[in-house]
Write a protein that binds this ligand. Sequence first.
Ligand code: ADP
Ligand code: MG
Length: 810
Amino acid sequence: MIGNQGKIVLNHLQRAIAAEEKQGCCNTGVIGGFHLFLKGILSRLEQLEKDGDFNVLKDITNHYKDWSPLQRRQALAHLRRFIEEHEELEAQGQAPPVYDSLKPVNLEYGGPGISKQPQQPKPSDIPPASEPPGSDKKERLTRPTPPRSLQFLKGVGPERAKLLAQIGLHTVKDLFFYFPRRYEDRSLRRIGELKDGEFASVAGKVVAGQIARGKMKVVKLSIEQDGRLVYGVWFNQTYILKQFPVGTPVIVTGKVRWQQRVPEIQATDIQKAGAAQPAGIVPVYSETARLSSKVIRSIVQGVLDQAPELFPEFLPPEEGKRWVLRAQAYQEIHFPRSLHSLGQARERLVFEEVLFLQLAVARLRAGVQRENSPQLKGGESLVQKFFANLPFELTHAQKRVIEEIFRDMANTQGMARLVQGDVGSGKTAVAMAALLMAVGSGYQGAMMAPTEILALQHYQSLEAAFNPLGLHVVCLLGSQTKSERDKILAEIAYGKAHVIVGTHALIQESVQFHSLGLAITDEQHRFGVKQRTSLQTKGENPHVLVLTATPIPRTLALTLYGDLQLSALDEMPQGRKPIMTRKLTERGRSSLEKFMEEQMEKGRQIYVVCPLVEESENVDLISATERFESLQERFPNRRISLLHGRMKGVQKEEIMAAFQKGEVDILVSTTVVEVGVNVPNATVMVIEGAERFGLAQLHQLRGRVGRGGEQSYCFLLSDAKSSRRLDVLCETQDGFKIAEEDLKIRGAGELLGTRQHGIMELRLADLSRDGRLVEQAYQLAQKVLAHPDSYPRVWQECDQFFSLEDIGLH
Ligand code: ADP
Ligand code: MG
């Protein structure tokens, strides 16, 4: 029996599974990797149920990363069964009522201003999950926190409570968070002022009724208002005629169609006039088969007066006066008095939602002291030598960003900086300069990359650049043998290694640094916030530099990386030609292949990227293996290699090295080449099944070409008739524009691959539209972080809003 906490954990798992499946089982359903998420879930469950049987979960957790998407899909099915079984077990005991106070609240991460005293029960304090049936009432009287189980609300009862639970509504607070999907304006209107297409309510008297029979029975009531007529129209609802006979005064609501002489209202509601009916602006909720919007509306209306108690104001008066009072906002978002007050309520709630998210993210770093970092300013001569050896002149942007970084590194305050630079803008050179500054000051520098391929590539370029300067560079990967690893670990621990490159392997416990002064994370968006913070806990407050190519719109950056300073690498190295991008259908394949031949004839190299590794029966995708074989047939004289994530590290290394050296003409691969890979002689990127990829991912993939002086091309193969995403990609190469579009098309959650699950569970805020509110929240968040003691209630409420599980970090 794992109780309420367990249920919540399983619920999160369920959502993460959905996200992972939606993204094609690429281990990206959760930021930082689905397998790491599973690890977190596993340890939570083990805590909750000491002697539970979690073998299935354990097994999947251990191997998920290495499986093919097909195997993963099967594993997810097993996981679903695992959840069901646990839920069944749970159901056999009487499920306990749900208490507000049992929401998971993270205690270990107590942020500034939060007392470390547990204010909420720990898992172990939570009452046992099984309670004798019928004990609810008695329990209710004796518990310190009264349950807000919905069942006891007026008009709910056990049946409806169950239906509500099915849509995730367990507590009164949940009801408040169940925001209306839209609103209907039911203020009464004159017939003469109705407009075609609008939604309106009209009062009048029924003067005639008829049924037109065709495929469907169309019921039409003629309603008269001061000598003018309007028709109310229903489909198949003949009882309307009986219920509202001629002479009845009614109010009818619906969508207006006015194409003939008499306007029609396609009615969604009709009431006898005079009956108590909601007037003004009325909320419409997402409904289920057995739970109508109307029912939900009346349940919500019944709890409105609990808002002041549930949502106390947390802003100090001087901040608060800019906004509607909190409780009032929660009432008005459901039952607004006017469109104006609805707008104000929404603003207040968006503001606070974003504020809490920003604080929750910032708090993740709270454990890390940002004082006493080493002053790193002794590397000037190494850096100059490095610059002198570069085959190119740094761009202005590179110089500026490097300066910003050096300024931070010279400070004991500790750098926490995010460098945003579009693909190909030259982030590696910036990182190298920072590493040299650290090493020249007598410290080690580490750089973590999300994939082995990228880590290896960095290793090679760092070695090539740093060896001549007398530096020792090592590379730590998960796939190394024990003896290799032990040797490298020793070199890191004794300080023989100056610069350490690696994958996640770097943040494992066994890695001890001699004197880590700088921790760089490349392609940050591939890691969770937790992982990036793990690397920085390795040394004694190393400086932290984070690189990302995913252009993050400012609003999102402020929200998710509010804890970091931003540097923009907003200039491309000179001489880059725009990549010509075309959409192609299957019919265009033969001319594409001709074109590929021409390019290879000129000595150029080609990437062909496919969505999945193995053909699966139900997913109609071209697998990389199959494409590899057909290309071999098509180009028998060309050197073609296959690369995918399931290969061993050494194997990948060999293939990448061969491609880099120009010994391979066509590299057929899965998305393992997505981030960072740099082979300037490759000029053609062919993306199979392009509609399967996200916009940001496509942009990343395209960024693999156009890295040298030659004209480069990107072909998006897709049989999708129209795709806004692919069009956007053909239109522009500006990563920021693409990200903004992506944000508009898919919403912030999906942009980060976390829609169903994690950090972007923003219920109201729309980061693509609410920029101003995001900025305002950011301002306040900064104040709260700087003077936590002045804002005690903000932290309290933030705790209630985003728990650790909510933000998807384990
Ligand atoms: P990204 O920002 O995507 O990580 P890289 O650092 O891999 O980009 O750089 C892309 C390519 O551009 C590399 O081949 C690199 O050597 C080259 N490069 C970097 N800076 C410049 C520059 N200032 N001028 C010309 N080429 C540059
Ligand atoms: Mg890079």
